[in-house]
Every structure is written in C-alpha cells, then in structure tokens.
Design a protein around this ligand. Structure first.
Ligand code: TMP
Length: 211
C-alpha cells in the first residue's frame, strides 16, 4: 500500500468453500468492536458495475460457450478497477479497515496458474486495475479442492465446474504466491476450527491496526 493511505487493507484468498465469508464477518465484528470503521467488499462485485459484470460472467450456463480466458481476465480486472476507485481507495484514505473477499492474487491464481495465461499479461491487467495498491495482509484459507466442494452447498457456476486438476493448479498457485511473499501472506489451514482461524487472523490484524 502506498504510504499516503491511513487505512489498513486486508484481503482473503482461497479456493471454493474455504470459509472466507464467515471469517470476514467475524473479523469485521471484532474490528467494529474496537471502534474502527470497517468496509467489507467482494470480488468480482462490490459496486454497481462490478455486480453487473459478475452477473454477466456467472450467467454462463452449462452447455453455453464459456468466456475466453482473456475475456475472463479483463472482466475480473475491470470489476476490480471500479472497486478500487469507487470503494477501496476512498475508504483507505478515510483510515478504514478494508477487508476484501479476493483481490489481484485471485487473478494470478485462477487466470495465470489455473488458465495458463502468461504471467506478464495477467500482471499488467492487475496493475491497471489496482493502480499499484497492494494489500497490507493477505489471508490464505488453504483447503484441498475436494474438501471445498464437499463443503459448498450452492449450485456450481462455470468456474466451479472446471475439473479438479484446474482447482489443484489454483491451490498450488496460491501457495506459490504466499511462499514468494511471506511477509504479506498468512497461510491458514481452512480445516482448523473457525474460531481458531479468526483468533489467529485477528492477532495479526490487531497489530496492523495498532490496537
Ligand atoms: P466467489 O464469490 O465464490 O469467491 O466466486 C468468485 C469466482 O471467481 C471464484 O471461482 C474465483 C473466480 N475469480 C477469478 O477467477 N479471478 C478473479 O480475479 C476473481 C476475483 C475471482
């Protein structure tokens, strides 16, 4: 994050069904209780344009032609560009704690490691979207894809319908990204009891908030 922002930016990453939403809700409650403004958001989405792009992407039904990998990349990053400009930057400038369900690391894990799009292209799209904004902390809720799908109760969208090998590449991608930048990432075993995960995450976030 650039030095001018007063807020703290935390992102959650991981495969399907790893429990990101539960953790975001729990951390937001804890941060609100210590009097901090908390802004939560999800990707893709979090703005009118972003939610429309999300709906368009995930309207892809079984049997329909799925988005081409490059189109998928540009839709996810377009939604991110809007979210950064409209929600995340202003909130950080106000001094808020921003907790985002997925961010640029999802694009690296899914579109580069998963789809196989070239790294420089994915990085360039991410840079355009984030304008250089990097999370202060990224929590990885690591889970074997087989377990994630057992936990998930929704109907599967076109990305979730990808084969297990795709989801294994995504998982390995997240773990590679975390290993490359250990000071930014906190890897958490998503099979650990929820309260324990919240406790470990909150200890780190408290340090960043200075409470
Ligand atoms: P979720 O709301 O269940 O996390 O679904 C978002 C889906 O979109 C999930 O399958 C991951 C995928 N995704 C990407 O492939 N690239 C991205 O940049 C983002 C933000 C999400």
């Amino acid at each position: 994050m650039t030095a001018v922002s007063r807020g703290v930016f935390v992102t959650l990453e991981g495969g399907e069904g790893a429990g990101k939403s539960t953790q975001i809700a729990a951390i937001a409650r804890l941060a609100s209780a210590v009097g901090r403004e908390v802004v939560t958001c999800r990707e893709p989405g979090g703005t009118l344009l972003g939610e429309r792009l999300r709906a368009a992407l995930f309207a892809t039904a079984e049997g329909e032609t799925p988005p081409a990998p490059a189109a998928e990349l540009l839709v996810f990053t377009a939604a991110r560009a809007q979210l950064v400009a409209e929600v995340i930057r202003p909130a950080l400038d106000r001094g808020a704690l921003v907790i985002c369900d997925r961010f640029g690391d999802s694009t690296l894990a899914y579109q580069h490691y998963g789809r196989g799009l070239e790294l420089p292209m994915v990085e360039a799209a991410n840079r355009a979207a984030t304008q250089g904004l990097v999370p202060d902390l990224t929590l990885l809720l690591d889970l074997a894809p087989e377990d994630g799908f057992q936990r998930g109760q929704r109907g599967l969208d076109y990305l979730e319908r990808e084969d297990m090998e795709f989801h294994r590449r995504v998982r390995r991608g997240f773990l590679n990204l975390a290993a490359a930048e250990p000071e930014r990432w906190l890897v958490l075993d998503a099979t650990t009891p929820e309260m324990q995960i919240t406790h470990t995450a909150w200890e780190r976030i408290r340090g960043l908030l200075g409470t």
